[in-house]
Design a protein around this ligand. Structure first.
Ligand SMILES: Nc1ncnc2c1ncn2[C@@H]1O[C@H](COP(=O)(O)OP(=O)(O)O)[C@@H](O)[C@H]1O
Ligand SMILES: [Mg+2]
Length: 1013
């Protein structure tokens, strides 16, 4: 095969090394001239074998040769061809006439893997051809040295690709020179009876038929019609790996118990030019030839076979003997026939034999892979189809999309196009192969997304992912985006067929899975008509399709894996140049796109290796996502920027303020996406704190401390929260920045309130509110996620409630509501309502609470405020039960749903109090033991969190639960109430104290049965 000029590229090749055994002793024994002649014969054999197997003989190295398969054009048969060539070389070399007494023998090593292929000029002699750079040629050479005489050793990749085609023997791992890991070795045995990979694949498939039920039924129905005597042709068409053969296999399985005849012809990529090859193979199988069987004996078997099917004419026997390459028989019968006549006899004979074979019985004739059919077989098939019309025959043919059917539709019968599998079916293939659940749901999702519903892709990617997970741990390490080696050759083969449009595919691949025509055009800088022509090629060859992902004229790669293959065949430096070019084009001509999706530009700069330019765009992307509350994306953008920064700079010269900006962005978006209580938020905040201290950057330092304080509050670490809030106050006192003052007093006031220090709480909250008014807080921009005045007013209302001042509570809440209105932000409105709801519950105003929780639920649903939704559900359930508006069981299930949502979100604040309310619901519903265990959990939660404000309240609920559970223990219940009273008094919570006293009196009066909960 003549190599064409191609730029250097990364690609998968199969490399074959062959070396003569004992060549030094040959040199000793032979005269140099004799030796030269011997080598000439040897080289001639190598040349012939390699080229007939579509390989490229790159170098003669003394008594060795080096050959490539799959280069310059990739082929899905590259590795199998290399192995076949190996087998043929071994046999042919033994047959070379040697002047010594011993036959020549060789060792062969074959390896498949990625290399950088140098440009090979087609006018260079093989000796000067460029080498493949990479580990693969070395591996092939080492395998060759490790082989025994006449042995062919292949690498693991080669083995994997060719499994099912040869009988390999696993020799285990061995140390090979130059490799610091033990290398698995496989010795090649004989060929199996599968003639190409697609055939071997379905023969060895372990998967059941997934999906495709309609198609299966259509096949069965067509078979039924054929059985009734109306012959059928069914053409099954679809891309490689879509599952044509699998479906054919399924039909065969379904018919196993039905008496019928069956015959298969396989067309293959290597035999497109061999006349009637599929039939010759079929005859080989039917006649039962054995390996190494002599021609005479084969001839006899053939004659017998033909006799069985009524073909007794000498001429017929000879044309078929000729077809299958039998020599030595009586050829005189053919002598005076023209080639055309021989052809006719051959086709007539075959057709007659098929008819005799079928004998009027239902017959299934399968023709696989018509796109590779040779013209004569196609002619035979055509005649067969005509005959079939009046026979109980079904001709079931498969083909890839490029096959253009020559049959008019009247003759044509059924044409079935196989489409991609849906998501569920792809997932099923994954899970069939992943029966031990070694792949995480994330990896499975990734596979399914990447494989676009092509079962072969799903299967091979899953298998290779399983190998990776086995070797590298549950996340698969950094190889998870690699294309499985079993798919590489066929994917790249599609690209290699492209010609000039290949470059356009590369540019497209660098832009991404989909791209606008405008961008492609700007980067490609080619005349429009040429570009259009090449785009047509890409569309026709099924590499691209029109995309509706992007506005305007846009295209996308039909398969993610084809895009990946196009991307990965480029040299890294070439990709970098293109990424840079795309980034610059975006920057100059695509402002809108850059504004809308700064991450695109950031991505191209990153891939171009221009980190300094990439980072600011990652930051914009992070901020933009954060503004749109797409916190997950924001996290990724900030994280990428941070990684780049750290990669680009050594530890000492990291620009600390930039690092701090990124850390803060990351912490805030993490807090947004996972809540403040996520442990990674705390870690990053701590890291930022150290950095800010070093930098002496008081602005950032404040933001961090405030963040740490929030983190501590929601993770119920109130001591730490108080400490950080105290530090915030210090910063305020030092620099007198009003934002700091307002935030710091709010934070500290909030912590005091929740800890039950009412006086201190009130003091700081009021201070914050005052400062807010003084400095027109509504015009300031605060670092926290919600407005501090709303926070302070609502917390103050809680303090006022405890102090027993209902009219003041109402006034403060009203003020908060007005302020939220003024801010015009829904979040603040809901935040205020959430507190009002809590106060309603505390005040026992359950009807108001029910109405308000419904309002909160509808706003939260509309705007996605998950936390408030969860909380409103809990209080709604509680209030419904307490107000007698719902059956306690039903109310409980609403409340529990809220609890579960809240736990899923990791919302820990006030969890103890809500648990106590749930315990009461259990108690009302008569579920005493749940009530007791829940109240116990509630008490533990409040003690753990230090939310002492709620401690007396939890005790009151506890008293109620216990009174219900063990009515006889009046003194015990009273004791709990007394404890609660003491706590309330210590806190200065006079409304709680009043309420507890009332409960005590009620309890003293009433009998247990009607004890008010
Ligand atoms: N419907 C299916 N359910 C399960 N596996 C499938 C299905 N279709 C195809 N496969 C798997 O995908 C691989 C490729 O299918 P195959 O039938 O050889 O494709 P084609 O003949 O279209 O090139 C096979 O190994 C087979 O196991
Ligand atoms: Mg197939």
């Amino acid at each position: 095969m003549k190599p064409v000029k191609r730029p250097a590229e990364r690609r998968q090749v199969t490399v074959l090394f062959c070396d003569l055994v004992n060549s030094t002793s040959l040199a000793e024994q032979l005269d140099p001239e004799e030796l030269m002649e011997l080598f000439e014969s040897y080289y001639a054999v190598c040349d012939d074998v390699v080229s007939t197997h579509f390989g490229y003989l790159a170098q003669y190295l003394g008594d060795g040769i080096l050959a490539y398969f799959g280069y310059p054009d990739a082929s899905e048969e590259a590795a199998p061809n290399a192995v076949r060539a190996g087998l043929r070389l071994r046999d042919s070399i033994r047959r070379i006439d040697s002047p010594t007494s011993e036959a020549l023998r060789c060792r062969i090593g074959i390896a498949t893997g990625s290399v950088v292929a140098n440009a090979i000029q087609h006018n260079e002699t093989p000796h000067k051809a460029g080498l493949m750079i990479g580990e693969t040629p070395n591996l092939a050479a080492r395998l060759q040295s490790a082989a025994e005489p006449d042995q062919i050793l292949v690498s693991e990749n080669t083995y994997r690709i060719t499994t099912g085609l040869f009988h390999h023997q696993n020799l285990g791992r061995r140390e090979l020179k130059g490799f610091n890991r033990a290398i698995p070795l496989y010795a090649v045995g004989e060929e199996t009876d599968s003639s190409c990979r697609s055939q071997a694949r379905w023969k060895t498939s372990v998967l059941p038929l997934i999906g495709r039920q309609q198609e299966r039924e259509l096949l069965l129905k067509t078979w039924q019609t054929a059985c009734e005597g109306q012959g059928q042709l069914l053409l099954l068409q679809g891309e490689p790996g879509i599952g044509k053969s699998h479906l054919v296999g399924e039909l065969k399985r379904s018919l196993i118990d039905q008496g019928h005849r069956q015959m298969s012809w396989y067309c293959g990529p290597n035999t497109r030019e061999s006349t009637l090859h599929p039939i010759a193979e079929q005859i080989n199988r039917a006649a039962g030839f054995e390996k190494g069987e002599a021609d005479e004996s084969r001839h006899e078997k053939l004659a017998k076979l033909m006799q069985r099917y009524g073909a007794t004419e000498a001429r017929s026997l000879e044309v078929l003997a000729d077809l299958i390459g039998l020599s030595g028989a009586n050829r005189s019968a053919l002598n005076e026939l023209t080639p055309e006549k021989k052809r006719q006899i051959r086709l007539d004979t075959l057709l007659a034999m098929i008819q005799a074979w079928s004998n009027g019985e239902p017959s299934l004739i399968i023709v696989e892979d018509l796109h590779w059919i040779d013209p004569t077989t196609l002619e035979l098939l055509d005649r067969l189809i005509t005959t079939a019309q009046h026979q109980p025959w079904m001709v079931l043919a498969t083909a890839r999309p490029e096959f253009i059917t020559p049959w008019p539709s009247s003759k044509h019968g059924v044409h079935l196009n196989l489409e991609r599998l849906d998501r569920t079916a792809s997932e099923l293939i994954c899970s069939c192969l992943n029966s031990e659940e070694a792949l995480s749901p994330q990896l499975t999702r990734r596979i399914v997304e990447r494989c676009d519903g092509i079962p072969l892709f799903v299967e091979e990617t899953t298998k290779s992912m399983l190998e990776l997970v086995r070797a590298k741990g549950p996340d698969g390490g950094d190889g998870i985006d690699n294309i499985p080696e079993t798919l590489q050759d066929s994917l790249v083969a599609r690209l290699d067929r492209l010609g000039a449009a290949r470059r356009l595919a590369s540019i497209g691949a660098v832009i991404g899975r989909s791209f606008s025509y405008d961008l492609l055009e700007s980067v490609a800088s080619q005349p429009d008509d040429l570009l259009r022509e090449q785009m047509d090629d890409l569309m026709e060859s099924g590499i691209l399709q029109v995309s509706d992902q992007i506005a305007g004229e846009a295209y996308e790669f039909k398969h993610a894996l084809i895009r990946d293959a196009a991307y990965e065949t480029m040299l890294k430096r070439e990709r970098q140049i293109l990424h840079e070019q795309i980034a610059q084009t975006l920057l100059c001509h695509f402002h809108q796109l850059v504004d809308a999706e700064p991450q695109l530009l950031a991505h191209h700069f990153t891939r171009a290796g221009s980190f300094a330019q990439a980072i600011p765009h990652w930051i914009s992307a992070g901020r933009r996502s954060a503004d749109m509350a797409s916190h997950e994306e924001a996290v990724q953008h900030f994280q990428t920027a941070l990684d780049l920064l750290r990669e680009a700079c050594s530890q000492e010269d990291l620009p600390a303020s930039l690092e701090l900006t990124l850390l803060l962005g990351l912490a805030m978006s993490l807090a947004g996406s996972r809540s403040y209580s996520a442990p990674e938020v705390g870690l990053i905040l701590e890291e930022s704190r150290a950095l800010a201290e070093r930098l002496d950057d008081s602005q950032s330092f404040f933001t961090i401390l405030r963040g740490i304080c929030n983190f501590a509050i929601v993770s119920c670490d109130l001591d730490n929260a108080e400490r950080s809030a105290g530090q915030c106050i210090q910063l305020w006192e030092q620099a007198q920045d009003p934002i700091h003052g307002i935030e710091a007093h709010f934070a500290l006031g909030y912590v005091h309130y929740i800890k039950g220090s009412m006086a201190l709480g009130r003091k700081h909250l009021s201070e914050s509110i005052q400062l807010y008014h003084l400095h027109k807080g509504w015009d300031l921009s605060f670092p926290s996620t919600h407005d501090p005045m709303i926070g302070s007013l609502t917390a103050l209302a809680m303090v006022e409630h405890a102090a027993g001042d209902p009219s003041q509570v109402a006034a403060t809440l009203e003020q908060a509501k007005q302020h939220a209105l003024r801010l015009g932000r829904n979040y603040e409105t809901v935040y205020t309502m959430g507190h009002e709801l809590l106060i309603h519950v505390l005040q026992g105003r359950y009807l108001e609470a029910i109405a308000l929780s419904d309002t909160i639920l509808s706003i939260s649903d509309a705007y996605g405020y998950l936390t408030w939704r969860a909380i409103a559900k809990v209080y709604k359930g509680v209030s419904l039960a307490q107000a007698g508006q719902a059956d306690p069981g039903e109310a409980l299930s609403i409340a529990m749903e809220g609890m579960r949502e809240q736990q899923r979100l990791g919302v820990m604040t006030l969890e103890g109090f809500r648990l106590a309310e749930i315990a009461t619901l259990h108690s009302l519903a008569g579920a005493i033991s749940e009530a007791l265990s829940t109240i116990h959990a509630a008490e533990e939660a409040v003690n753990r969190s230090g939310e002492s404000y709620f401690l007396p309240l939890v005790h009151v609920r506890k008293a109620g639960v216990i009174a219900r559970a063990m009515g006889h223990d009046k003194p015990g219940v009273l004791e709990i109430l007394d404890q609660a009273l003491a706590m309330a008094k210590r806190q200065g919570a006079s409304s709680f104290a009043t309420m507890i006293n009332e409960k005590k009196q009620v309890y003293a009066r009433e009998d247990v049965g009607s004890f008010s909960l």
